[in-house]
Ligand binder design. Structure first.
Ligand SMILES: [Zn+2]
Length: 325
């Protein structure tokens, strides 16, 4: 005999009430999103080797470890981890760790398992002050907190035939050789960047770094970005990201962020206007100047490297590989 739905709901609610009555909340629920493919552990395992591979390469070139920014990197990262752990049960249990290299072709990235990696070459190249550095690290950590890698892979899985079972590594192999799939993932990847920007701004601001200076860093990125027409854009343009960030800040996403007008000087607002005009007319997406000059080239990345978010806030490794290798 089947139990009517209304009756079953009643039983469920009664059961939940019994769990609640007489008990203090036992801490965060370890809810596992049911709509995502694979487990967090599956994705973390399949991507863990990526940070190690970069660290090993740095070690072979005697470019592993910090040389100049040790104190500030540790100080900033420690403050961010404190805030990150408060975000969710998932973020609280991630074994956050920072690896520093001194490689010119590495910027910053974070893996699903909580490993964050940054290059001092990148910090020097961009002359990152503490607030900008905090934003970059927080942006990367936000990708791990929000499980963007798992989300993107799950989305890609939905676009493939369902009869075939696929592991996370199978998915990376598929993405490596299926440009149409990668292209179809573009909106999801770009949305992930907007989200990582917003949570990154929030995290870094909660950790005591100035939201205005974080946004000014992104404004600088928008200024220096050169338009291009890569085959695939995993990241929105810096101008679009600045716009979204400033709107989020103005809406109160970051404490004491102030208004967009206060954040960005008038002269820079004019430039933003130009960039928006470009976007509306011909520019579909942009990448950094050097990469844009090389022109679009389809590329492959090995199955154990994953959908890495190699670069920080302007172009991911996916787009970089497609464009520059
Ligand atoms: Zn990102």
């Amino acid at each position: 005999m089947t139990v009517p739905l209304r009756r079953r709901l009643g039983l469920l609610l009664a059961g939940l009430s019994l769990l609640w009555v007489g008990k203090a909340p036992a801490g965060a629920l370890s809810y596992e999103p049911v709509g995502l493919g694979w487990t967090h552990a599956d994705v973390a395992r399949a991507t863990a080797g990526q940070a190690q591979a970069i660290a090993s390469r740095a070690e072979r070139q005697q470019r592993l470890g910090c040389a100049v920014h040790c104190e500030r990197l540790k100080r900033i990262f420690d403050r961010l981890v404190l805030q990150a752990r408060k975000q969710s049960a998932h973020a609280a249990t991630l074994p956050w760790a920072l690896t520093v290299v001194r490689l010119s072709d590495v910027d910053a990235l974070a893996l699903p398992g909580g490993q964050v990696l940054i290059s001092e070459d990148f910090i020097d190249r961009r002359a990152l002050h503490d607030d900008a550095l905090a934003f970059v690290l927080a942006h990367e950590m936000a990708h791990s907190i929000l499980e963007h890698e798992r989300q993107a892979l799950s989305f890609a899985r939905l676009l493939l035939p369902r009869e075939v079972r696929r592991s996370v590594r199978d998915m990376y192999a598929e993405i490596d050789h299926n440009y149409a799939l990668l292209k179809a993932m573009e909106p999801v990847l770009q949305q992930g960047e907007f989200e990582a920007d917003e949570l990154g701004l929030l995290l870094a601001s909660s950790a005591g770094f100035m939201p205005q200076r974080q946004l000014l860093f992104m404004a600088g990125e928008a200024d220096r970005q050169v338009a291009g027409w890569p085959l695939m854009c995993s990241h929105p343009t810096a101008a679009e990201r600045l716009e979204r960030l400033a709107r989020a800040a103005a809406a109160g996403a970051a404490p004491a962020a102030g208004s967009l007008a206060a954040l960005i000087p008038a002269e820079r607002q004019c430039r933003r206007g130009r960039l928006q005009l470009d976007l509306a007319s011909s520019v579909k997406c942009s990448t950094t100047g050097a990469e844009a000059k090389k022109g679009p080239t389809m590329a492959r990345h090995s199955a154990n490297r994953g959908l890495s978010r190699k670069a920080t806030v302007w172009s991911s490794s996916v787009s970089q590989k497609i464009i520059s290798t």
